[in-house]
Design a protein around this ligand. Structure first.
Ligand code: GAL
Length: 686
């Protein structure tokens, strides 16, 4: 556990118990309301109050005239009630006077449209002026709260990149991109060679002529795009570091975190995470279901959200910084931003808090305290209604807080999985816009493999490609599309030393410059003992997509490869059609370990079958048969949670004596907690 966080928690509550928090906007309410709000927070069991992320115009109503006295009064009240304050830098909303004074800080869209002041996140990360203004306001705020014992840490900005604001195409960005490339490549001929710019006359004569990739008649050069995506992520990391440095300079005891998001892959969370004490993320499970096309929405998703996706993000952000993680914004009830609103299931706000905790979360902070009467989010619920009375989420939050106290979950160690899954942002970016597989979405492909692991009750760390694999018995590497020798060598060393490795279709197709390797899987071909002879992509099931694996037939979709093995054994073959009989899946023992190459995007059953064999090869304990749909099990230091995100009850075989919360029957949208391991259980549909 991160030392700073541990000491923060201990200092905050006089115990190391898991905590509940809330996001509060005192600037939206008359001052005479603050005390009763804060009293009710303390009554609910809340320990952390997050504030200030959009309050720049209150902190500095006019240029250079600062006013933080109001927030100091709120912080004092929070301290008086035995709680702690988490403050945020207010840089997501530069005020009107600042934008009028420096209009060049505004973002530009790909087609040249300038993003005007009037909502939020309208600033460009590459504006030097905005960086100076950021440093100024953050320094001022940090200095004013540096000695305040109630303030324990900071959130930088708010959700970098939300609303499609990570990538900007203004003149500042073009210039900064040129400088970034100059630093990376040194001379422009190296850039030309790495990208391959003879294609369509795209040769560059100088870094000064570099531009952000704006609107063009057809596709951009993929190598330019990949570097642009790296550059944009990198510059946000710099921007975040600027803020973190200022905050730590003011008080080195403070923690610094940032709130990441669901399904947001434009920003490399591992990179940004390396400058944070821990990562946080914002969890709106039904919001994401409500935002899907109507044909993909299920009633259960609309009531409770997608179990596997929520779990996946917990496992990602737990590993984005040096663990543990916080939920900085937890959905409190119904919300405003998707096209429709649904009410979460009864008890959902308690279930989501448990889910985070089971995956290693330290603090679940609900967004927001009280439904707001002004501004853009009037139809977003809070723990309290607009009139101040408790809403559904308030009861759930208090319920969860009581249970966490009883379970003493904060005293339990973090989850300690023996399986890692490599999530690679660069491969995602390289696959964002390519020929031959428009439906090949890296994140969904990754999720297919991840879900198969979780379906067998296996805990997973989601890690970057340069993680230390020695801590794991099995490593899965879905579609590591961009591959260099270094990553390939590290994976080979893991296998030789006894690890079980699974890698999948489209691995090692590209060089770091986003050109094709002469053969796939590029530098991994020697280890895998096979190369890719040919491939086809499928938008529909018009063509044959059947493979035989281990004597059974399975379906695949989207992408299929014909493999050409040399040292590897063929364990799966295409069945039917022009590829009939061609190898699709290979396996090879190397040193003390083994490597499996899965050359198709598997359906659920095939993913389960292959993953189970990979787990067995690594000696990883797992269930004998997969869990029912919408059920997962998560273990944390001797306690195990069974989550039922389905609309029907499920039955476990748990003895009553082991159960500490709930029952052997887990009702719809509910949970059971027991003492024991994740593999000590069977779960069946009722
Ligand atoms: C989050 C954001 C909050 C609020 C919330 C509403 O994405 O960080 O400021 O807008 O959504 O659900």
């Amino acid at each position: 556990m991160n030392e700073k966080t541990e000491s923060v928690n201990t200092a905050a509550c006089g115990k190391t118990s898991m905590s509940i928090g809330v996001c509060y906007f005192p600037e939206h309410w008359p001052e005479d309301r603050w005390e009763s709000d804060i009293e009710a927070m303390a009554d609910c069991g809340i320990e952390y109050v997050r504030m200030g992320e959009f309050a720049w115009s209150r902190f500095e109503p006019e240029p250079g005239q600062y006013d933080t006295a109001w927030l100091e009064r709120v912080v004092d009240l929070i301290g008086d009630h035995g709680m702690k304050a988490v403050l945020c830098t207010p840089t997501a909303t530069p005020p009107k006077w600042l934008v009028d004074r420096y209009p060049e800080i505004r973002q530009t869209e790909r087609d040249g449209t300038v993003r005007e002041w009037g909502s939020r996140r309208h600033y460009c990360f590459n504006s030097e002026t905005y960086r100076q203004e950021t440093e100024r306001i953050v320094t001022e705020l940090a200095d004013r709260f540096a000695q305040n014992p109630t303030v324990v840490g900071w959130q930088t900005d708010n959700e970098y990149g939300v609303h499609g604001t990570l990538r900007c195409y203004c003149d500042n960005c073009s210039a900064a991109f040129g400088e970034w490339l100059r630093e990376k490549y040194g001379d422009v001929e190296t850039l030309n060679e790495t990208w391959g710019t003879d294609f369509w006359s795209q040769h560059h004569t100088s870094f000064d002529e570099i531009e952000a990739p704006g609107h063009t008649p057809t596709d951009h050069h993929p190598s330019r795009l990949l570097d642009y995506y790296r550059f944009t992520s990198d510059r946000v990391r710099d921007y975040n570091r600027l803020q973190a440095d200022v905050l730590r300079e003011a008080n080195e005891e403070w923690f610094v975190t940032h709130n990441f998001m669901f399904d947001f892959t434009e920003l490399d969370a591992f990179d940004v995470g390396s400058d944070l004490d821990f990562a946080s993320w914002d969890v709106y499970p039904t919001g994401f279901a409500q935002s899907k096309p109507e044909s993909e929405q299920t009633a259960a998703d609309l009531r409770i959200g997608d179990l596997a996706q929520t779990a996946l993000h917990h496992d990602l952000y737990r590993n984005a910084a040096d663990g543990p993680f916080w939920i900085m914004e937890q959905q409190p009830g119904s919300i405003n931003w998707p096209p429709t609103t649904s009410q979460p299931a009864e008890g959902a706000m308690r279930l989501w808090a448990h889910h985070a905790v089971a995956h290693g979360c330290d603090v679940v902070s609900y967004f927001r305290w009280r439904r707001c009467q002004q501004g853009q989010e009037q139809y977003h619920s809070g723990l309290r209604r607009a009139d101040g009375a408790p809403d559904r989420g308030y009861h759930d939050a208090a319920w969860a807080a009581d249970e966490f106290e009883e379970l003493a979950v904060g005293e339990r160690a973090q989850p300690d999985p023996s399986v890692a899954a490599v999530f690679d942002y660069e491969s995602h970016w390289a696959l964002e816009k390519v020929d031959m597989g428009p439906t090949f979405d890296y994140a969904s492909h990754f999720a297919t493999v991840y879900e198969a692991l979780r379906g067998r009750s296996v805990g997973v760390d989601i890690v970057p490609r340069d993680a230390d694999f020695r801590a794991y018995d099995a490593v899965v590497v879905p579609a590591l599309h961009v591959l260099d020798d270094e990553a390939a060598d590290r994976l080979a060393a893991f296998v030789r030393d006894g690890g079980s490795l699974l890698t999948t279709a489209r691995t090692g197709e590209k060089t770091p410059g986003n050109q094709l390797h002469p053969t796939a899987p590029g530098p991994l071909a020697d280890l895998v003992g096979a190369t890719v002879d040919n491939h086809e992509s499928h938008a529909t099931d018009t063509l044959e997509t059947t493979v035989e694996y281990d004597g059974d037939t399975f379906e695949y979709h989207t992408w299929g490869e014909w493999l050409s093995p040399d040292a590897a054994a063929v364990v799966g073959k295409h069945r039917g059609g022009v590829g009939d009989g061609r190898p699709a899946i290979t396996h090879r023992s190397v040193g003390d370990g083994s490597v499996t190459y899965l050359g198709v995007w598997p359906d659920e059953a095939l993913a389960d079958a292959v993953v189970t064999d990979v787990l067995a090869a690594g000696g990883v304990e797992h269930l004998d048969s997969p869990l029912p749909d919408r059920v997962q099990v998560a273990e944390r230091d001797g306690l195990t949670w069974v989550f039922n995100y389905g609309a029907h009850a499920v039955e476990t075989d748990l003895p009553a004596g082991d159960i500490v919360v709930g029952d052997a029957t887990v009702p719809a949208y509910d949970l059971t907690v027991f003492e024991g391991a994740a593999t000590d259980i069977t779960v069946e549909e009722s």
